[in-house]
Design a protein around this ligand. Structure first.
Ligand code: SF4
Length: 155
């Protein structure tokens, strides 16, 4: 089961998208210098299908993407929610996932995602916009992952 702490409308987390970002709690990662310690608590309302579709309905017509920010404690539920978005909205709404893991979970279903970010927060390496970042952003097309991390570099 997933819970969430709130939502934001964001413009930079997924390139060229206006994204409803849902901040999932219960993060099992233990990144030194964690930028959002409150996301490590198992707190907030449940993020089930009903809650997800209600959140999306509030912003339908304004967003192009839904970003699930976290959820490494229950990747099966992350995939289930993306499946719900696919079944409800088809290809009219893209899906993205911010994972703090190095690797994709077992049983990852690439067809459910348009974007996936991998990699823990490492303060010295910096965020996706840093030339030294350890994190990677992938665009998924036809089940294949394409590294688009360079899109975050400041010019
Ligand atoms: S992935 Fe790392 S930085 Fe992000 S909330 Fe979890 S512990 Fe904190």
């Amino acid at each position: 089961m997933l819970r969430y702490a709130g939502t934001d409308i964001v413009f930079q987390e997924f390139p060229d998208e206006v994204t409803l970002a849902i901040n999932i709690t219960g993060c099992p990662n233990n990144c030194p210098g964690c930028h959002s310690p409150y996301l490590r608590e198992d707190a907030g309302p449940e993020l089930d299908d009903v809650a997800l579709l209600s959140l999306i309905a509030d912003y339908r017509g304004e967003i192009t993407c839904v970003g699930l920010m976290g959820g490494d404690g229950d990747p099966q539920s992350v995939m289930h929610l993306c499946d719900t978005i696919r079944l409800t909205y088809g290809d009219t709404l893209r899906t993205g996932w911010y994972s703090g893991r190095e690797r994709l979970p077992q049983g990852f279903r690439p067809e459910l995602f348009d974007y996936v970010k991998l990699g823990p927060f490492v303060e010295a390496a910096g965020p996706l916009s840093s030339p030294h970042t350890n994190q990677r952003m992938y665009r998924i097309h036809d089940g294949k992952l394409h590294d688009i991390t360079h899109r975050f570099r400041k010019r």
